[in-house]
Design a protein around this ligand. Structure first.
Ligand code: UDP
Length: 441
C-alpha cells in the first residue's frame, strides 16, 4: 500500500539546508527554523522529511536526525553552492527529483510546508501535479526587502519573485506569518486574498539560558567590569552591522577601557559575506576601534549560549527583519536587546520592557539606547528577566511545533465529497440489511 496516510509532512527548504553549519553565507534563521520545527514535530509523532538542494558530491543524500526526522538532499542544478537569486532555473529538476523520490520510496506527501519563495513555487507545482496541500512560510518578503535596498542592487529575479509571492499567498491552503507585522506587510503589499495564520518562530529555551553570566564570562575570559556589546548573525549589509559599529564609536563608554564589542558570524573570503566582513573591519580600523572589537567568527549553537549570557546587551541593527531569531535567543539567555524598530523585532522585543527599539540606521539612537542599558546594571537585569519570561511563554520550539501540528491536522482532515458521502451511506445501509438478514436466519 502506498503510504499516504498518518501524520506525514514534507518540509521543503530548497536553499536552506537544515542539516548544515549555521552562521555562514545564506545559512541562518531559515535553516534553524526548518531543523527545529522538523525535530519538534517528530517528537509530536509526525514523520518528517525535510527536502533541500544538494550542493556537493560529498554531502550525504539522506541525514537522519532522529527516528522520525531526516533531511533529504535532491539534485537540482550543479553540485555546488549557488546564490539563492540564481536557483530558480533549477527548480523544475528539484520537482522531478522530489516526484522520483516519492515513487522510489512508495510515499505520497499529501501536505507540504514550503519555506521561502523558491520552495513556494515547488509547492505550487506539487499542488498542480498531485493535489498536495500547501502551508507556506515566507521568511522574507520581496515586497519589503526591495524597499530597503538601493535600486541598482535589486536583482533581475525580483519581478518573478514578487509574482510567485503573490500567487502563493492566494493559492496555498495556509500561510504562516511569523509575526503580526509580517501579516500586515502581506496584506498591504502583496494581496488581500488568501488565508494567513500567525505562528511565530521559536528557540531552544533549554539551551539558551543554561549558563549564568559569571560562569559565561569566566569561560570566555571576560573581566567583571567589562561592558560587552554583542552582535550575532550573518555578514550581510541588510543586517546593519555598520550602524552598530558607528553607534559603539559614539558611546559614552568609548574611551573607558571597559568596553568590548564582539561581532559573531562566519564568512568566506571572496564571497559576499567575506566582502561585507572586510568592509566592516575596515570601518572598525578607520574609527580606531580595533583594540576593543573582536571578530569571533562563526559561533556554533553549542557556544552561543555562553556568548549571549556573557553580554550586557545584544544588538540587532537590521534594516529589515522578518522575524530575527537572534533577538529571542538573547532574550532567552536573559540579555536585553537593542533592535531596529522594524518587522518581527517590533513583535519580539517589547520596548522599555525587554530591551529598546531604535529607528533603523539611526546611529545616534542606537548609541543612546546602548548607553542607557550599559549605564544601569539593575535595569539591564530587569530587562533580561522580562525577556526570558516572554520567550518562555511565547517562543519555545515545542510550543511553535504544537501550533503547526494542529494546523496540519486540520488541513489533513478528509473533506468528504458528496459522492463519497453517498457511497458511505449506501454501504452502511447494505451492511445493516445483511446483518439484519443474518440475525433473522
Ligand atoms: N547563527 C549561528 N552562528 C553564528 C551566527 C548566527 O548559529 O555565528 C545563528 C543564530 O543563532 C540564529 C541564526 O543563525 O539562530 C540567524 O537567524 P536570524 O533569524 O537572526 O537571521 P537570518 O540569518 O535568518 O537573517
Amino acid at each position: 500500500m502506498n503510504s499516504t496516510t498518518g501524520k506525514r509532512i514534507a518540509l521543503i527548504s530548497v536553499h536552506g539546508d537544515p542539516a548544515i553549519e549555521i552562521g555562514k553565507e545564506e545559512a541562518g534563521g531559515q535553516n534553524v527554523y526548518v531543523r527545529n520545527v522538523g525535530e519538534a514535530l517528530a517528537r509530536l509523532g509526525w514523520q518528517v522529511d525535510m527536502f533541500t538542494r544538494k550542493v556537493s558530491l560529498e554531502q550525504d543524500s539522506i541525514v537522519k536526525h532522529s527516528e522520525n526526522c531526516r533531511t533529504i538532499r535532491l539534485k537540482a542544478g550543479p553540485l555546488e553552492f549557488v546564490p539563492r537569486d540564481d536557483i530558480f532555473e533549477y527548480l523544475r529538476e528539484f520537482v522531478d527529483n522530489f516526484l522520483k523520490f516519492q515513487v522510489e520510496n512508495d510515499i505520497t506527501y499529501q501536505l507540504v510546508h514550503t519555506n521561502y519563495w523558491l520552495s513556494s513555487w515547488v509547492g505550487m507545482e506539487l499542488k498542480e501535479i498531485q493535489k498536495s496541500k500547501q502551508v507556506h512560510t515566507y521568511h522574507s518578503l520581496g515586497a519589503v526587502k526591495y524597499n530597503t535596498i538601493q535600486k541598482e542592487d535589486i536583482p533581475l529575479i525580483a519581478s518573478k519573485r514578487l509574482k510567485v509571492e503573490k500567487e502563493v499567498l492566494e493559492k496555498a491552503e495556509r500561510i504562516v506569518a511569523t509575526s503580526p507585522q509580517e501579516q500586515e506587510h502581506m496584506r498591504s503589499l502583496v494581496s488581500t486574498k488568501g488565508n494567513i495564520d500567525i505562528i511565530p518562530c521559536g528557540t531552544d529555551i533549554q539551551r539558551f539560558g543554561s549558563i549564568a553570566r559569571e560562569a559565561a564570562r569566566a569561560e570566555l575570559g571576560i573581566e567583571k567590569e567589562t561592558k560587552v556589546v554583542l552582535y550575532v548573525g550573518r555578514f550581510d549589509s541588510r543586517k546593519g552591522i555598520e550602524t552598530l559599529v558607528r553607534a559603539v564609536n559614539e558611546s559614552e563608554l568609548r574611551d573607558s577601557k571597559n568596553l568590548q564589542l564582539i561581532i559573531g558570524g562566519g564568512s568566506t573570503p571572496g564571497n559576499s559575506d567575506g566582502i561585507e566582513r572586510d568592509r566592516i573591519e575596515q570601518i572598525v580600523n578607520e574609527l580606531g576601534m580595533s583594540d576593543f572589537t573582536t571578530f569571533a567568527g562563526r559561533l556554533s549553537q553549542d557556544i552561543l549560549p555562553t556568548y549571549y549570557a556573557a553580554a550586557d546587551v545584544c544588538v540587532v541593527p537590521s534594516h529589515y527583519e522578518p522575524f530575527g531569531l537572534v533577538a529571542i535567543e538573547a532574550m532567552a539567555s536573559g540579555t536585553p536587546v537593542v533592535a531596529s524598530d522594524v518587522g518581527g523585532l517590533q513583535f519580539t522585543v517589547v520596548n522599555e520592557e525587554t530591551g529598546l527599539l531604535a529607528p533603523p540606521q539611526d546611529v545616534d539612537a542606537f548609541a543612546s539606547a546602548i548607553d542607557r542599558i550599559l549605564s544601569n546594571p539593575e535595569w539591564r537585569d530587569e530587562l533580561g528577566k522580562a525577556g526570558r519570561k516572554r520567550v518562555e511563554s511565547k517562543f519555545s520550539w515545542d510550543g511553535v511545533a504544537h501550533q503547526l501540528s494542529e494546523l496540519y491536522t486540520e488541513l489533513l482532515q478528509p473533506q468528504p465529497l458528496a459522492s463519497t458521502a453517498k457511497e458511505l451511506v449506501e454501504s452502511t445501509v447494505e451492511l445493516v440489511q445483511s446483518t439484519a438478514k443474518e440475525l433473522v436466519e
